[in-house]
Design a protein around this ligand. Sequence first.
Ligand code: RM4
Length: 257
Amino acid sequence: MKTALSFKGKNALVTGGSKGIGRAIALGLARRGANVCIAYSKSDASAKEAISEMSECGVEACSYKIDQNHVKDIPGLFNYARKNLGDIHVLVNNAGICPFRNFYEIDQELLERVWRVNFESHFFLTQLVAKNMIEKKISGRILFISSISSRVGGEFQTHYTPTKSAINGLVHSLAIVFGKNGILVNSLEPGTILTDINRDDLANTEKREYMTRRIAIKRIGMPEDMAWPALFLLSDENTYVTGTELLADGGMLVNLQ
Ligand code: RM4
């Protein structure tokens, strides 16, 4: 009887894969046999380190630098992943930005940039990957990284939280589009996980203590806490979960008092 999840023979594409949650998921996939292409936007050093970590698992690993604000560059990412790995079986739409801002300080450029990176780029990447899956009759798995913030607000996240709610709405519809092809589509909703997206925000002791008190298990999450929930949804062991959200927040959302 199979026990551990296996991704042997699978090719995975993970956006925002050089750091944080994306990297933890990418490494989890590589450790279980997947060949992995990561997209990243900033640190060549982090991407190199991630590639080296994954290569040590005995799989093919490659990286592609892209600013997902430039949605027109998305086909380049897809073509690079297919050229280097072949058909894509697993897609993790993870890349996201959340520059904390006062509502009245958000201008059109910032608002549109957050939407392009957090939503539009993944919309169009999913079109390309899913088309390939359907053409090759691959019963693939697609995971969007949404957030607890798809369900609750943030005073300085008025540009960000709507993109996460939109991700959930997209997942509901894509599950219908792809269900007949055996492609399962879900979103993972991390709670407050310490990554570059919020390192500065959580450096504020009062804020960090408040957020920690909100969490039932009394600790801020780490990227590694997101790996297993993601890997289940992305695995062949998931045969029936699609079109839904998996909240992984240490009991933060339900902790009113
Ligand atoms: C998450 C959640 C976290 C925040 C990050 C930036 O969705 O709101 O609390 O730190 O976004």
